[in-house]
Write a protein that binds this ligand. Structure first.
Ligand SMILES: *[C@@H]1O[C@H](CO)[C@@H](O)[C@H](O)[C@H]1NC(C)=O
Ligand SMILES: *[C@@H]1O[C@H](CO)[C@@H](O)[C@H](O)[C@H]1NC(C)=O
Ligand SMILES: *[C@@H]1O[C@H](CO)[C@@H](O)[C@H](O)[C@H]1NC(C)=O
Length: 562
């Protein structure tokens, strides 16, 4: 009976108690068991009669959930709605609601009724849920340079409260500037679960630099760490602004080479087909950017162009030069000429660039090619001509042989240093090299032959006065010359100091003659002179030819004085 009175009193008190006066808030996770504490565990007063959990319905009316009597083990669930099978009470009087959902976001009140008191503790429950990780959907296939394009839509689904979405480029947040970047966010609620999905579309004006930009979307939520979508990269399309024609073949291009042309355009995606303009002739290549001309000739030199298929004015030009070098040298090979003749050398050249010409004779560089108007033996040799332009080099040669009948230039004699021999020197010119034939036997034949000039030496020991002949012969003819050689024995006896062929000799001869003649009569002298002259005439010329014409002159002078 008493308890009924108390219960009644408690009910009055409950009515008087304004619900939600000192309200506590708890946050629970969606789908999990919600624990609604009752006065933070301090809910077991002396004389506790029962503990009751109730809630405020959507229409603000009160609904009972359960009642627990301390004497009973089990609570009595009075709820009839969705809470009927989901609510229970913990040992410390916390209300446990299984399978928390957004419908559980309301105010729950714990009523503690004791013999002396009635307390109510209201708790506002919030049920939160982390949304699904953000995902970028409806991605653009490519972005166009400078043009506002919808890049994609970022979606973070089923959260509570709704997530905030932030677009990022290279991990830097993008801000809506109403012009080049436009971000529109919408939040939609699932009618069944009341969970919120946030969607954010990004319209973005890309530039060429965005080729490598990474776009991500970040979801911020009260419950947890920021979630970031996977990064997206977008190709940036832009039209071609510049076409460039390249000649891939290495320079210089020579006749017979291939010319490979490559046309490039800076647009993205790059054009795949081009028009090549080959010296005025149009060639279209599709799905490639290369055009090759094989085995070019000088006629392929000229202006080459390439352009875009749909935009002829976007073109690039290259001037291609095919190098060539035509040279003809006359004469060629072996050239045989007679000494004194002339030889005309002509080098004709036709080339794509100024050709460099160098001449060598017997491998030695010549300043310039001599004019062969009067050929000499020394001009014989191997003439090589090197004509070159960049990348091309041609060499030609002719071997000039200068022939001539032998001619003796000089025939001289002198005594050897020990005075025991006479050495005869016969110098001759002629080509081919003449053979020499001496009219006397001798020893130590020495020979040299340089540039058509032959020198022969003969060492003799004349035991008597001799007339020696030097005869030189080649296939073209011969020449000979005589020289008188006095007996070595006689000379030594008569005048040991006398050296033949010298001016000294004349003086000595004069001295001897004068000494002998002092005592002779003028007639005798004249007669003697007459005799001597007539006897020596034949070989005296030989002495003269050896360069002693002075001798006879002086001799005559002296004779006249005497
Ligand atoms: C009530 O008890 C549960 C375990 O049954 C515990 O997790 C919870 O923290 C307790 N609440 C209070 C307010 O003491
Ligand atoms: C030269 O010597 C050879 C033998 O060696 C001899 O037969 C010849 O008669 C000699 N000639 C003269 C011109 O003395
Ligand atoms: C050689 O010539 C010299 C000078 O002319 C003369 O004196 C001499 O008698 C000649 N000797 C011989 C062997 O003929």
């Amino acid at each position: 009976m008493q308890s009924v009175i108390y219960l009644f009193g408690a009910l009055i008190a409950a009515l008087m108690f304004s619900p939600g006066s000192c309200k506590q808030t708890v946050t629970a996770l969606y789908g999990e068991t919600i624990e609604v504490p009752c006065n933070e565990g301090n809910n077991k007063p002396e004389g506790l009669i029962f503990t009751k959990w109730k809630y405020i319905k959507d229409d603000d009316s009160a609904g009972d959930l359960l009642v627990k009597h301390p004497q009973k083990d089990e609570a009595t669930v009075s709820a009839t709605d969705g809470y009927k099978n989901r609510v229970s009470i913990a040992e410390n009087s916390s209300l446990l609601i299984a399978q928390g959902s957004l419908a559980d976001q309301r105010v729950f009140t714990c009523m503690v009724v004791s013999l002396t008191n009635l307390e109510e503790y209201s708790v506002e429950v919030k049920v939160y849920k982390i949304p699904s990780a953000p995902v970028i959907k409806n991605k653009a296939k490519e972005l166009e340079n400078g043009k506002l394009t919808t890049l994609g839509e970022c979606v973070a689904e089923s959260g509570n409260p709704a997530a905030d979405l932030i677009w990022m480029k290279n991990n830097q947040p993008l801000m809506d500037d109403g012009k080049t970047i436009i971000i529109k966010s919408t939040v939609t609620k699932d009618p069944a679960t009341h969970l919120s999905s946030t969607s954010s579309s990004l319209q973005y004006t890309a530039s060429k630099e965005d080729m490598a930009s990474q776009f991500t979307c970040m979801a911020k939520h009260v419950l947890g760490p920021d979630q970031v979508s996977s990064a997206e990269i977008f190709p940036i399309h832009y039209p071609t602004e510049k076409v460039s024609l390249q000649v891939l073949s290495p320079s210089p291009i020579r006749e017979g080479d291939n010319i490979t042309l490559k046309c490039q355009a800076d647009g993205n995606p790059p054009p795949t087909s081009f028009n090549f303009n080959i010296k005025g002739q149009r060639v279209t290549v599709t799905n490639k950017d290369i055009y090759t001309i094989t085995g070019v000739t000088r006629a392929d030199s000229g202006v080459y162009k390439c352009s875009l298929l749909n935009k002829d004015e976007m073109e690039s030009t290259q001037i291609v030069t095919v190098s060539f070098l035509d040279v003809s040298l006359s004469p060629k090979g072996n050239v045989v000429k007679k000494v004194g003749e002339s030889l005309v050398v002509s080098l004709e050249k036709n080339s794509s660039a100024e050709a460099k010409v160098t001449w060598t004779k017997d491998k030695r560089t010549l300043d310039k090619l001599p004019s062969f108007s009067n050929l000499t033996y020394s001009e014989a040799g191997l003439y090589e001509c090197d004509v070159s332009i960049e990348g091309i080099r041609r060499t030609f040669f002719f071997k000039l042989t200068v022939e001539g009948t032998p001619k003796i230039r000089s025939l001289t004699k002198h005594r050897s240093t020990d005075g025991k021999h006479k050495v005869l020197t016969c110098e001759a010119e002629g080509s081919p090299q003449p053979d020499v034939l001496w009219s006397v036997n001798g020893t130590n034949d020495q020979m040299s032959y340089v540039q058509g000039k032959a020198t022969y030496k003969l060492t003799v020991v004349p035991s008597k006065n001799l007339t020696v002949t030097c005869e030189v012969t080649n296939k073209l003819g011969s020449d000979k010359k005589d020289i008188s050689v006095f007996s070595l024995f006689e000379e030594e006896k008569a005048s040991p100091d006398k050296s033949e062929g010298g001016a000294e000799q004349a003086k000595v001869i004069v001295g001897v003659v004068v000494g002998l003649i002092i005592a002779a009569a003028l007639v005798g002298l004249i007669y003697w002179l007459y005799i001597k002259k007539s006897r020596q005439g034949s070989w005296k010329t030989g002495e003269k030819e050896a360069g002693t014409s002075e001798e006879s002159k002086k001799l005559e002078e002296n004779n006249h004085k005497v």
